[in-house]
Design a protein around this ligand. Structure first.
Ligand code: MF3
Ligand code: CO
Ligand code: CO
Length: 299
């Protein structure tokens, strides 16, 4: 019998193209930010860059006013800027970036601004010249994301992603933050499944063609534990060691993965070496998906 309804979790071909557009806007925004990162600028200036660029592209910066509850104010800015020992959810403000700092900029674009799709991507940038330990951490974290992405294909398990990331991070003397995960994303910012960045292979939900989620490992140079500031958002490492993060939004395709937030080139002030070491795993400059790779036809 002919199936009249597609599986409820899969986007139509047209919706998938809208999702791709949201993700590409987020990727372009991150590239734009990279061009502007320099010592002496404030994190508020990063916020203004992201806010203005997003509105100019008919999108809405998803962090702005997101996530208010009875116990927590909504996020007050348009992007997260997490400096040095800040693990995630740093609030842009008057802090002046100095030479040697690292700053994660986490962009989420809602396109179109009303009733649109979310694209979510982040990178950790170097402010001026990185210290050797900062460079080590940032490179390991970027590798963790790439290695996690390389696990994605139909039939793989969520635990395969987490295991690969944890194994790499710990083999390089770093630790994986446990409290925050990747997430399903589409017309909803944060949905099922949760993508843990640690775990055991062959465990957890089975990945299926058409699933869309983020992978966004937060990796610490020291211990894995975190603390929260009383602003309701800012997360720091408990031992105040450096923390880095990279994030992509990915689609499970028939033969593997399409990195929806892949970039057309290298980020400035971040990817100073071509990401050739991981060859075809690279999501920075990876090839566009081949037509047989695409999850367009959902029938
Ligand atoms: N972009 C973050 C993520 O990767 C979420 C930020 S929520 C905010 O899931 F409110 F802090 F912006
Ligand atoms: Co995310
Ligand atoms: Co994000």
């Amino acid at each position: 019998m002919r199936r009249l309804r597609r599986k409820k979790n899969n986007l139509s071909a047209a919706e998938l193209d809208e999702m791709r557009a949201a993700c590409q806007l987020a990727a372009e925004t991150l590239m734009m930010v990279g061009e502007h990162i320099k010592p002496g600028m404030t994190t508020d200036e990063i916020n203004t860059l992201v806010h203005d660029y997003t509105l100019a592209h008919d999108a809405y910066p998803a962090p702005l006013n997101y996530g208010g509850t009875r116990d927590r104010v909504p996020f007050p800015k348009s992007v997260c800027t997490s400096v040095n020992e800040c693990v995630c959810h740093g609030i842009p403000g008057p802090y002046v970036l100095k030479d040697g700092d690292i700053v994660n900029v986490d962009v989420t674009s809602l396109l179109p601004a009303k009733d649109g799709f979310f694209g979510d991507t982040s990178a950790t940038f170097y402010v001026g010249e990185p210290t050797p330990v900062a460079k080590h951490l940032v490179e390991v974290t970027r590798e963790c994301l790439e290695i996690g992405i390389a696990q994605v294909r139909p039939g793989a398990r969520v635990g395969d992603i987490g295991h690969a990331i944890q194994q790499h991070a710990e083999s390089k003397g770093c630790s994986v933050v446990r409290e925050y995960t990747g997430h399903g994303i589409h017309r909803v910012f944060h949905d099922e499944p949760s993508i843990h960045h640690y775990g055991r292979p062959g465990t957890g939900a089975v990945l299926k063609r058409g699933m869309i989620f983020t992978i966004e490992p937060m990796i610490n140079l020291g211990r894995k534990e975190i603390v929260h500031l009383d602003d309701g958002w800012t997360v720091l490492t408990r031992d105040r060691s450096l923390s880095a993060q990279f994030e992509h939004t990915v689609l499970v395709t028939r033969s593997g993965v399409e990195v929806l937030t892949r970039r057309p080139g290298l980020l400035k002030n971040c990817e100073d070496v071509p990401w050739a070491r991981l060859g075809p795993l690279s999501s920075a400059i990876g090839p566009a998906p081949s037509s047989e790779d695409e999850a367009r036809s959902s029938a």
